[in-house]
Design a protein around this ligand. Structure first.
Ligand SMILES: [Zn+2]
Length: 76
């Protein structure tokens, strides 16, 4: 499979250690349905949308996998 020169593949993604949501802006008093799984959550993503951290990390991992796959094929 051909690879583009000068484009390093992204590091492997592992769950649970991708996002730092320790800042208070990632917490809300009101529980709302997670945008990914629908379960109630007090957590908010960078855009203040309700999201579990593990769900956001899984969604991000999927995007990175697509970027890695298509980037490795020189299709990005
Ligand atoms: Zn969720």
């Amino acid at each position: 499979m051909p690879r583009r020169r000068g484009v390093a593949p992204p590091p492997p993604v592992t769950g649970g250690a991708l996002l730092d949501w320790t800042a208070s802006r990632h917490f809300a008093l009101e529980a709302r349905p997670c945008r990914h799984c629908g379960a109630p959550t007090h957590l908010r993503d960078e855009n203040r949308r309700p999201a579990d951290k593990v769900c956001a990390e899984s969604a991000l991992a999927e995007v990175l996998a697509v970027v890695s796959t298509y980037g490795g094929q020189g299709r990005l």
